[in-house]
Write a protein that binds this ligand. Structure first.
Ligand code: GKR
Ligand code: MG
Length: 443
């Protein structure tokens, strides 16, 4: 069996005005749906970042993908993924390029381009392998550690609006949320809808005292059975990070964590040192300081990161995710999973990745509650999340197929959009403050 054709479908999906230290989300998030058609009549699918750059990166490897045996993933890595190592080495020599994700919105980091591209193709190949052998993807990737991966309630401060534009606006299910009280309401609603048992708050938006108060109110409402995390995406100085860590020592204990409070490996290490000196063992998690395998020994040596936030979309797919699981286990680091706005195909990629990683012991992040069925491209509608879990069914591969009418609508929305990359700063300048710039640290 050979891959006959690589098909790329750039789509736009409505997204609410969510806030983070990057700025404000635009009315549509961009994704790319990938299809691989084989000579045996099978179709493997996957989903990845959207917009011009990810699309161009996939186009650039078309000649390496078409004609290939989808079972030969090692050779695929050699031809596509391994180039990431070479790029990193050369960028390392160019000190003007920061190796981390600190200053770039996800999906726009040139250092991830090959692992991101490889991942999109690898997942579609694994989907083909699953279909060819009539086995779920996680089972052809070595088997599962769990069949019902858990996800967390991912809370965002947000302005009013549910996303979309003009005649194409979505209902604003969660309403405006810019203070602690409305965040408790958002969380109650999300837990009622999906049954999540762990809670993550995207911070770096309000004054840190208000974000501390938000976490305290969440703890008061949900109790210690719901582990809490807060992630300001490096918006705080070391000083502020320590202050927040101190104020939330009790609330972030028992399965919670403090995620990317300060910028850079050194900043994170300093926060850790100072918290430990106060007898505060709150672990620090990161999807910003640690974004590739080369970062791990450094993070461990400096004790900068105790929990690595994986993401098959940019760590290089499902098998790299498994390597990461092993790496973290050996290095004595924890493992959780990061997300970005996504559709049902990515929901299943994350679920299968989680299922086949024994060391992943936290509920994973997911932006899925922020998208609606109007934008879903999966046949039969949205992937169910019940009791905070996504069930791995007996269906082969990822277990989902594309709804081509829905896909065509997503492509149409994309064509009509004036932008081709995520720019949260531009949205801030348009809607909130004409002079807004991302400043790290802001507090
Ligand atoms: O959606 O604004 C967002 C998030 O800030 C996202 O882009 C981050 O990549 O969820 C992510 C994180 O944990 O940092
Ligand atoms: Mg994060």
């Amino acid at each position: 069996m050979k891959i006959k054709e690589l098909k790329l479908h750039p789509v736009a999906i409505a997204d609410g005005p969510l806030r983070s230290s990057y700025g404000r989300h635009a009315p549509y998030a961009l994704r790319t749906i990938v299809e691989l058609k084989t000579t045996d009549g099978l179709t493997g699918i996957s989903e990845t970042y959207g917009g011009d750059a990810p699309l161009a990166a996939l186009e650039a490897v078309r000649h390496l993908v078409e004609g290939r045996d989808p079972f030969q993933l090692t050779a695929l890595w050699k031809d596509l993924g391994e180039r990431a190592e070479q790029d990193r080495a050369s960028m390392d020599r160019d000190k003007s390029i920061d190796r981390s994700q600190t200053y770039l919105v996800p999906g726009e980091n040139p250092l991830d381009v090959h692992t991101r591209t490889f991942a999109a193709v690898e997942v579609a190949c694994l989907d083909i392998i699953g279909k060819a052998t009539n086995k779920p993807l996680c089972d052809v990737a070595g088997g599962r550690a769990r069949s019902s991966p858990t996800f967390s309630a991912y809370l965002f401060y947000k302005h009013g609006g549910g996303g979309g534009m003009g005649d194409d606006v979505r209902d604003d299910e969660y309403g405006e949320c810019l203070d602690p009280k409305s965040m408790v309401r958002q969380c109650k609603q999300m837990i009622a809808n999906y049954g999540f048992k762990e809670i993550k708050l995207k911070g770096g938006v309000l004054d840190p005292d208000d974000e501390i108060e938000t976490i305290k109110q969440l703890r008061a409402e949900f109790g210690a059975d719901y582990p809490l995390r807060i992630d300001p995406n490096c918006a705080w100085s070391v000083e502020t990070s320590v202050k927040v860590g101190r104020a939330l020592k009790e609330e972030l204990s028992g399965g919670g964590y403090l995620e990317d409070p300060a910028a850079g490996m050194e900043g994170m290490a300093e926060v850790r040192r100072r918290l430990l000196a106060e007898n505060n063992e709150t672990p620090l998690a990161s999807n910003v300081a640690t974004t590739c395998f080369q970062h791990l020994p450094v993070a461990q040596r400096l004790d900068a990161v105790q929990i690595v936030l994986s993401d098959p979309h940019y760590w290089g797919g499902i098998r790299n995710q498994q390597h990461l699981s092993k790496f973290c286990e050996v290095l004595g680091m924890g493992l959780s999973m990061h997300s970005n706005n996504h559709l049902g195909v990515s929901m299943m990629i994350m679920a299968h990745a989680s299922a086949c990683c024994p060391h992943l012991t936290y509920a994973c992040d997911t932006h899925y509650p922020w998208q609606t069925e109007v934008d879903e491209v999966v046949l039969g509608g949205r992937v169910p999340i019940v009791d905070g879990c996504v069930e791995i069914t007996d269906k082969p591969g990822l277990g989902v197929e594309l709804d081509y009418d829905q896909l065509a609508r997503g492509v149409e929305r994309y064509k009509n959009l004036p932008y081709r990359k995520r720019d949260d700063e531009a949205e801030m300048r348009k809607h909130v403050d004409p002079n807004w710039k991302r400043i790290l640290p802001r507090w």
